[in-house]
Design a protein around this ligand. Structure first.
Ligand SMILES: [Zn+2]
Length: 213
């Protein structure tokens, strides 16, 4: 998700407030803060602190946020498929190596601002608490499915593209975007951005595909 996830030295995970989710964690992968950020891989595992597990109760703010976010992402994916550009043959090869089953479906969508449902006050509020949006936060790139949205002017280098493609693959291998984003949020709450398994896996791709062939 956010901090598209992403961007290795570009963003620094932000500490979340102990708010809605009763959890403290850094911001999402996709979003990039002002500057900096190193990611440290770890292995997949149980939460180190059970008290930080988010509640997936149907009436929790967390569940409400997820449901609305997933619904909104469906519209984003449709729009991105319509206006995005397909990968080049070389990029398709990278996507296939990363394990994407349908690299031909991937679209890069360049936009002034990576979208977030800020028009919805509730969504915006939660987004700010999560560090996805707000003052000083810049989301440089984010995968919403097969569409990878990239901020105009952001240099999506080979390793950063590889990182985003890992997120595309993660979404593809989950039963739905909703299933992926729920897993992503739970990991974010439990581990924080730097050590959550889904990001660790993506950052590993930054290292493996550090140089464009
Ligand atoms: Zn990421």
């Amino acid at each position: 998700m956010k901090n598209s996830c992403s961007l290795t030295d570009l963003f620094r995970p932000r500490m979340l407030k102990r708010g809605v989710f009763g959890a403290v964690a850094s911001a999402c992968a996709i979003i990039a803060g002002p500057a900096h950020a190193a990611e440290n891989p770890t292995v997949m595992g149980e939460s180190r602190d059970a008290s930080r597990q988010v509640s997936a109760e149907p009436d929790s703010p967390y569940a409400a946020f997820l449901a609305r976010y997933v619904e909104w992402v469906e519209t984003i994916e449709v729009e991105g498929q319509a206006r995005g550009v397909a990968l080049t043959p070389k990029q398709i090869e990278l996507a296939a190596r990363i394990g994407i089953e349908h690299p031909e479906k991937v679209r890069l969508v360049y936009v002034n601002e990576v979208p977030f449902p800020s028009d919805d006050p509730q969504m915006r509020k939660v987004g700010e608490q999560l560090g996805f949006v707000g003052t000083g936060i810049t989301n440089n790139a984010q995968a919403f499915g097969y569409t990878v949205w990239v901020r105009d002017g952001f240099d999506l280098t080979w390793p950063l593209l590889a990182h985003e493609l890992v997120h595309v693959q993660q979404i593809e291998r989950n039963s739905s975007f909703g299933a992926f984003v729920e897993k992503y949020m739970k990991q974010l709450m439990a581990y924080g951005h730097e050590t959550m398994p889904l990001e660790v896996e993506a950052y590993e791709a930054n290292r493996i595909y550090a140089r464009e062939p």
